[in-house]
Design a protein around this ligand. Sequence first.
Ligand code: MG
Ligand code: ZN
Length: 365
Amino acid sequence: MKNKLLSLSSILLVFLILLMSSCTADAQENKPAKNIIFLIGDGMGLQQMFAAYTVNGGDLCIDKATHVGLQKTQSADKYITDSAASGTAMACGKKTYNGAIGVDTLGNDLESILKVAEQYGKSTGLVSTSGITHATPASFIANEKSRNNYEEIAADFLKTDIDLFIGGGLEHFNNRKDGRDLTAELQNNGYAVAMDIDEVMAHASGKLAGFTATGHNPRTTDGRNDMLKLSTQKALELLNTNEKGFFIMIEGSQIDWGGHANNEEYVITETLDFFEAVEEAIRFAEEDGETLVVVTADHETGGMVVKDGDFEKKKVKTKFTSRGHTGIMIPVYALGPGAELFTGIYENTEFKNKFMAVWGIPAAE
Ligand code: MG
Ligand code: ZN
């Protein structure tokens, strides 16, 4: 009798274990996001995106976004933001003045989502087609009262534990007024320093400082080629080794410059180049299953209008109405775990808290 009870209870136990393991399997299908890939097309409004979409034959990987929202870009004191104030708002969650890098309207340092990620043991990265010290990437890593403090911004990289960065801007690291050679300091801090995209791609593991240009990178049609796509591939491969996950910001910087120049071809080639990086991010996220991808811009540039187009002929007719930035709301495209948080209409200061919520990190205030 005792034996029978024992075997009955052991059958029950096995049944219970089976039930529990099937629950875990279910839970794994709805895993929270471990990694966040944040892609910013500088100056890329809906019109820029749709011009590229049209020239690409009415098809762009962004169709895979499951959730879409709109963000408001106004800075603390201006209807029209610059990339520093909007970058800081997205990275640090606070409205600030145009020109501010990671500081509030009083000049106090703000904490970026990249620094929060570091605190939680995640790996971090920045990739940009401008200088890596330029306003957008700088907003995620530096705290400076002016976006023009390039050498101070470069020095701020060494105050962090960032795992990799790839972009132009070498001159602000090794040709400085204070005589410091930050590339040597980076090496002392355990970084491999790569001096072109081939060296970046050859880097197999560990921290990486990748410099692809002395100043800004050239246009994609002017010799930069697929630097952004390749850098994105390499960055995701390197960051993916941390089981606690990662945060990376990847910027297509020069869509904005095409807008300022009122140069349709510049805008479209840079937007298509940016979407090659987006495609890499989406591919990674689809395979990984624990990665949130968010694609947006910091503001629109050029007041671009799609006047006419033809998907079959892959032709578009556009017009610019401004040489500067405009105040229009900017689309936010998301997919992966947590993507549902990015629907609706909200301020650009919401990104930091949304990213933290995706990771289950309570908001600071
Ligand atoms: Mg930028
Ligand atoms: Zn601009």
